[in-house]
Design a protein around this ligand. Structure first.
Ligand SMILES: C[S@@+](CC[C@H](N)C(=O)[O-])C[C@H]1O[C@@H](n2cnc3c(N)ncnc32)[C@H](O)[C@@H]1O
Length: 384
């Protein structure tokens, strides 16, 4: 009797539990179907008006030779953890970076140079890389999985931070903002100059979703644009600056994609942005890169969806004039001579504000001129 009573109570409890679960399941199903029916409406941007800027995102295909050193190392660690055979292609470039030979590493990655016995030997004899270089040799014949397990801790150990060196400037460009006393806080505008204030004003009016900062250096204006909720691609040829941008982006979880990319190679459709910033760069492109204004504007116009903010620096500007007059500014005599030749053959005739305005009219509908940090510098706001 006792036994049968317990069994009945158990059965009733079981039935109740079953009914409750059934109810929960039907509730869940109806919620899901409602969500399914209304998903399009829910995802429409106009249904959501945030008070804070929305973080935009976009996918940019970055080739390994365009990745700043820290990003490249992380990429390699991921490949190694995934036991991807591609890991082995990247070990020598990584070791070149760990021995501060970033340009050689990029040439190898871009297949502009080959892995010579000389490079292999030098890395085997270098105290920073000998362990990894010798390990590669020992891993031959082993499975990818076994090799990757052994290689991973050695890859993780390497420091790939570049030296503060520049392609054509004797002193690096890593302290550009500090040297000019322009490493201001983004939070307080108290000490900002005309350049910072006017670019802030433009960005706050345009509110771009995507920005391309060409020749971004250590990224003061990159981060200013990001603070408006934009996804910013920041390009430069300077290893140290791009790596700094990469580290700071990761540390602060910013919506920035730094890339090692010369202006000369940046005419890529995926980089097209609402706002393109080309600040204090054109004089480099003309006098050191040997580019003509027409070709520069053509690229800029192709990359710009809405507005181009271009900073014009006159030949009479004291830093520009000072640099050309000072051979020690440049990495070597050849680069200095190249700048002088370009100034004499092209600069005096074509490199002036009138010509900038004349050429930009071909590509842009409207031009506004704003003050920048001195009278020899102007900000041109060009609208599509
Ligand atoms: C004078 S700084 C200007 C930095 C920043 N745009 C600003 O206005 O604060 C010029 C920057 O352009 C970079 N640069 C020079 N030639 C370049 C090129 N061909 N492609 C991309 N960046 C370049 C330099 O490495 C440097 O970081």
């Amino acid at each position: 009797m006792q036994i049968s009573q317990t069994t009945t109570t158990k059965r009733v409890r079981k039935n109740k539990k079953f009914l409750r679960n059934l109810l929960l399941l039907s509730l869940l199903l109806s919620t899901l179907s409602l969500l399914f029916i209304f998903k399009d409406t829910l995802l429409r941007p106009w249904t959501f008006k945030p008070a804070v800027p929305v973080k935009s995102t976009r996918t940019i295909n970055i080739m390994p030779h365009e990745m700043p050193a820290s990003m490249f190392k992380e990429h390699l660690i991921t490949l190694c953890q995934q036991e991807n055979p591609k890991t082995f292609d990247y070990l020598y470039p990584l070791m070149l970076m760990a021995t501060k030979q970033h340009r050689a590493a990029r040439a190898l990655l871009a297949k502009k140079s080959n892995l010579s016995n000389e490079i292999i030997l030098s890395l085997r004899n270098n105290p920073t890389t000998f362990e990894l270089a010798n390990m590669i040799e020992m891993q031959q014949g082993q499975s990818v999985a076994t090799a990757c397990k052994k290689l991973l801790p050695l890859i993780q150990k390497l420091d790939v931070t570049p030296a503060n060196k520049h392609q054509y400037k004797r002193k690096g460009y890593g302290t550009y903002y500090a040297d000019k006393n322009e490493d201001f806080s983004l939070e307080s505008q108290k000490n900002w100059g005309n350049k910072q204030r006017n670019i802030y004003k433009i960005l706050s009016e345009v509110r771009p979703e995507t920005v391309l900062d060409l020749g971004a250096n250590a990224g003061w204006f990159t981060r200013l644009a990001e603070s408006f909720g934009a996804h910013v691609v920041a390009t430069d040829i300077d290893e140290y600056c791009c790596n700094y941008q990469c580290d700071i982006t990761k540390e602060r979880n910013l919506n920035i994609q730094p890339m090692i990319l010369p202006f000369e190679k940046s005419d890529r459709s995926e980089l097209k942005s609402d706002v393109v910033m080309c600040l204090a760069l054109v004089h480099h492109l003309v006098f050191l890169g040997g580019l003509k204004l027409d070709e520069i504007f053509k690229t800029l116009a192709h990359l710009t969806k809405k507005k181009l903010i271009l900073e014009y620096i006159d030949i009479e500007d004291k830093t520009c004039k000072g640099a050309i007059a000072n051979p020690n500014f440049f990495k070597n005599k050849k680069i200095h001579n190249q700048a002088i030749t370009m100034l004499n053959t092209y600069g005096y005739k074509y490199y002036n504000i009138d010509n900038f305005l004349r050429i930009s009219q071909r590509y842009f509908r409207e031009i506004e001129v704003y003050d920048s940090s001195s009278t020899t510098r102007k900000l041109l706001l060009l609208s599509k």
